[in-house]
Design a binder for this molecule. Structure first.
Ligand code: MG
Length: 343
């Protein structure tokens, strides 16, 4: 029998071009964990874990979880379902660590077969919707500057949920008439959200994401009932099993690898959402092109894309999917198609 798959890690230190702020947290240094998985023939796949303290993960917890997951990889990288199951049996939670392993395994398998992952799944990258570019919370002056710098992007995603929401919307509209989507990152109460709805409409907002705290599903149903703008959830939806209780309460869900824990679960979540007549967005954290390119593989299946995480970086240590003028282009090389920058 082949020797077991080998897992190794490396910490990536990432800096954003501007300090990045959303409703619950300020700017902070971003560290992610690059995961490499190598098979007996020396073929290697890579993935990236982007831990979020909000979901109980840190760099330290990712390393600890990966030690457990490395022990259950087994010998066969094609055993994708079995490895997902064994990781969950070994240790639940730790979604970003599991997502990194899943991405690395898909990269490895694609390389062994000589095809990009999306081709392996029969998906056509020509059908990927345009991606948004995110404007984090800041002073009106900095926001106007960010909007000017983001001139190439046709759709902007605006972070709200601070005390300055109206000033932010006014600052943005003073600069641009582009399409705007809003993410409040759990920052409002039901009353605030319902009061904001006509304001958002007046400013021409086309999508409202996570207006309320994650657990307030009944409140979300109230907001959705009052809203002419589609209401999406992000923090309220991690895995496919979350979908049935969201159905009928909201219009769509934002899928992220760092929450759902694997590429296989991402696809299950998309199909479950469709079966419940929910729309699907694919989103990301602030992370390198490794994670963005992994998430990008499922985008031919979804309605909305928000994969600007690597575009927000001052320097991205990896290359892969590219984002130009909001158009996401997937690499044509086997696996995920990512490489260290400069190679
Ligand atoms: Mg969000």
């Amino acid at each position: 029998m082949n020797p077991p798959l080998q897992l190794s890690t490396e910490v990536l230190e990432l800096r954003t071009r501007h300090p990045f702020r959303i409703s619950r947290k300020g700017p902070e240094p971003i560290r992610t964990v690059l995961v490499r998985i190598r098979d007996a023939d020396g073929v290697e796949g890579v993935g990236e874990a982007t831990p979020q303290l909000f979901y109980g993960e840190t760099i330290e917890s990712v390393h600890a979880a990966l030690t457990r997951y490395a022990a259950v990889l087994g010998h066969d990288p094609f055993d994708l379902e079995g490895i997902d199951r064994r990781m969950l049996l070994a240790l639940t939670g730790n979604a970003s660590a599991r997502a990194a392993v899943s991405s690395a395994l898909h990269d490895l398998v694609g390389k062994r077969l000589g095809v990009p992952v999306y081709r392996m799944w029969g998906l056509d990258p020509a059908t990927i919707p345009l991606s948004t570019f995110t404007i984090g919370i800041d002073t009106p002056e900095v926001i106007r500057q960010k909007v000017r710098e983001a001139a190439e992007y046709p759709i902007l995603k605006i972070k709200l949920g601070s005390d300055n929401d109206l000033a932010i919307l006014e600052a943005i509209r003073s600069e641009t008439d582009r399409e705007l989507r809003v993410d409040a990152n759990c920052g409002w109460t039901v009353k605030q959200a319902v009061r904001m709805l006509p304001v958002l409409e007046e400013f021409g907002v086309t999508v409202l994401e996570q207006p309320l705290p994650a657990e307030d599903l009944d409140g979300l149903a109230v907001v959705t009932r009052h809203s002419r703008i589609p209401v999406f959830v992000d923090e309220s939806c991690h895995v496919a099993a979350d979908i049935p209780r969201l159905a009928g309460r909201v219009d769509g869900v934002n899928l992220k690898l760092a929450k759902c824990g694997s590429l296989r679960e991402a696809i299950r979540l998309i199909h479950t959402a469709r079966a419940h007549q929910l729309m699907v967005m694919v989103g990301c954290m602030v992370e390198s092109s490794v994670s963005i390119t992994a998430a990008a593989q499922v985008t031919p299946l979804v309605d909305f894309v928000d994969l600007d995480g690597a575009a927000l970086l001052a320097e991205d240590p990896w290359t892969g999917a590219t984002l130009a003028a909001g158009r996401l282009t997937l690499p044509t090389s086997p696996g995920l198609g990512v490489s260290p920058r400069g190679q």
